[in-house]
Write a protein that binds this ligand. Structure first.
Ligand SMILES: Cc1ncc(C[n+]2csc(CCOP(=O)(O)OP(=O)(O)O)c2C)c(N)n1
Ligand SMILES: [Mg+2]
Length: 577
């Protein structure tokens, strides 16, 4: 039969269950857009910027079982989208990126958008495809999808030249999707070895990341049976319930809150699942696991990358963790975790009390804010952050409950994630509360995407932590340099911005506004209205993450450089910067 490649790609995207595409049409993809408009199962979404579109596609993948998909123009659309593609790449999030391509049937040179897109995306995607023949269009989409969701997931790129979309070609059939998700076979000897290590542990501990998100119940079984504390990575904040008595906190070691730092102090056997011991999760590598390390990960390269690992299990956590949980329960006598639980509860209460006792001088105390937010949110709410001081405040002071979810830009660490990701998560999950916590600097990067929320009646809520600074960096500058450079941000009139973009506006100026402000924001969101909440946050107290990570980095310098840096700070403190 004769058909266009745009129709073929639409068919393939429908087959693999794509629900939304994000992007902006241009002359190289308008045929595909026209096809998507005719689809009953796919909704093409116009965004204001392809970078936001990529963050939105990422949030679809993180918050649903479907794959986030971009449909963008070549070159300029690609370069705009690269920030979000990079985030998905380093955070292990599947994504399909479909761009038009310049015509392959013309003799002329210097076509519009003519750059080597395959080369552009080589370092940020798992695989790149260029569709050159009609019969390859559908199989290429299936293969790209399979690659994106297999192993450690990630983004995959498909270039679809404009002429194949516009002109018809001959194909034999429109094959249905036959996706095979190959999971490595679980080595039962390694499970036995893991059980043996755990059985001999004096103080076992669990460290879990994003890769363990499907096995929360089995992790709870293991932790409860062993009476072991559980720490999470930043990206994996929602993987173990924040209100479980064995939940210790984000990370362990110097950058973790006292509950976690203390619970893991003499940890002699660690079970790590779905983490790469990367820089953020370990507070710049200050969190060092014990020698007796069991590491389960789908990515074999992550095992042993940063630490010697006597028991490394390359497996999907959905295979390995249930098997391990069953073996642990069957073969190791249950241990009483009440002392561990009591110590965690005591440390958490003391940490919270210290935050609440901090004088926020008329501004909003972060701990008061998160306590109230938690009490007004449903258990299954989705919390989205951006990258900055607000991220670590969220990690330390906000609990993600069972059934809830937490999305954050982590290892690519790209500011601008929160506003678009919140919109996409809310669009895909209209019955759940979806709230963003975003720094004022990051809000300036992608806040205009609010227009998309307003024009589509998507009740996303953004709590903008308005401190006037790029605080995470300003704090890193203040002590060693005794001055700050380029971290005071320009002023934005939030109320006017909200009016201009068509979103509701709420202001939380001090602690006494918190309860009513959050309630008003959630109520408006329930009526499908996006809401900008201007939170006059107090950042005068530092997170343990910042304190611990600065210390860890300072310790790493050799004596000469340590003296130079500390000496400079002291000199500037005395004589002025
Ligand atoms: C795209 C990008 N640019 C710069 C940075 C470096 N950076 C990390 S955190 C941060 C400060 C963010 O400021 P803001 O959004 O106001 O959040 P706050 O720290 O004040 O909570 C900066 C500049 C980054 N991570 N990503
Ligand atoms: Mg800020």
């Amino acid at each position: 039969m004769k058909t266009t490649a745009a129709a073929l790609v639409r068919h393939a995207l429908e087959q693999i269950g794509v629900r939304y595409t994000f992007g902006i049409p241009g002359v190289h993809n308008i045929e595909l857009y026209d096809e998507l408009l005719g689809s009953e199962s796919i909704q093409p979404m116009l965004v204001t910027h392809e970078g936001c579109g990529a963050f939105m596609a990422d949030a679809i993948s993180r918050s649903t079982d479907t794959i986030g998909t971009l449909v963008i123009v070549p070159a300029a659309g690609i370069t705009h989208a690269m920030s979000g593609i990079g985030e998905a790449f380093l955070d292990g999030v599947p994504m399909l990126i479909i761009s038009g391509g310049i015509r392959t049937d013309m003799e002329q040179s210097y076509q519009l958008h003519d750059v080597d897109q395959q080369a552009l995306l080589k370092t940020l995607t798992k695989a790149q495809y260029k569709i050159e023949r009609y019969e390859d269009a559908i199989p290429a989409v299936y293969e790209a999808y399979q690659t994106a969701v297999s192993g450690e997931p990630g983004p995959v790129f498909i270039e679809l030249p404009a002429n194949l979309q516009l002109l018809t070609g001959e194909v034999d059939s429109m094959p249905e999707a036959d996706i095979r998700l190959d999971r490595p076979a679980l080595d039962s000897e390694l499970v036995d070895a893991a059980v043996a290590l755990l059985a001999g542990a004096t103080k076992p501990g669990l460290f879990v990341g994003w890769g363990a998100r499907y096995v929360t119940d089995d992790l709870i079984r293991i932790a409860e049976h062993l009476g072991a504390p559980v720490a999470t990575t930043l990206q994996g904040l929602g993987v173990f319930p924040g209100d479980h008595p064995l939940h210790a906190g984000m990370s362990f070691g110097p950058s973790a809150v006292p509950a976690s730092a203390n619970a893991f102090k003499d940890c002699d056997v660690m079970l790590a699942v779905g983490t790469r011991f990367a820089e953020i999760a370990t507070g710049s590598y200050g969190a060092i696991p014990p020698e007796k390390l069991i590491h389960i990960d789908i990515n074999g390269e992550a095992i042993g990358a940063n630490h010697k690992t006597p028991v490394g299990i390359r497996a999907d956590s959905r295979d390995a963790v249930p098997a391990l949980a069953a073996a642990v329960v069957a073969e190791i006598p249950a241990r009483d975790g009440s002392a561990v639980e009591q110590a965690i509860a005591k440390d958490k209460a003391a940490y919270r009390d210290a935050w609440l006792a901090h004088d926020s001088k008329g501004r909003v105390n972060p701990c008061s804010f998160f306590e109230e937010l938690r009490s007004q949110l449903d258990d299954n709410a989705i919390v989205v952050t951006d990258d900055g001081n607000h991220t670590f405040l969220t990690a330390e002071l906000m609990r993600i409950h069972k059934g809830g979810a937490y999305l954050s830009p982590t290892d690519f660490n790209c500011m601008g994630y929160c506003v678009p990701a919140t919109i996409a998560a809310k669009m895909a999950q209209p019955d759940r509360q979806v709230v963003g916590i975003v720094g004022d600097g990051a809000f300036l990067m992608t806040g205009l995407e609010s227009v998309t929320a307003a024009s589509n009646n998507i009740g996303a809520v953004w709590f903008v932590f308005n401190d006037g600074e790029l605080a995470q960096i300003a704090q890193a500058q203040a002590m060693p340099y005794q001055r700050t450079a380029c971290t005071n941000i320009g002023k934005l009139e939030y109320e006017a911005f909200a009016a201009a973009t068509g979103v509701e506006y709420v202001e939380i100026k001090s602690n006494s506004d918190i309860k009513d402000g959050i309630a008003r924001a959630l109520a408006a969101s329930g009526d499908n209205k996006p809401v900008l909440v201007n939170v006059h946050i107090d950042y005068s107290k530092k997170t343990q993450f910042t304190i611990g990570t600065v210390q860890t980095n300072l310790k790493r310098f050799d004596t000469k450089n340590k003296l130079r840096i500390v000496g400079r700070a002291i000199k500037r403190k005395i004589f002025g910067a």
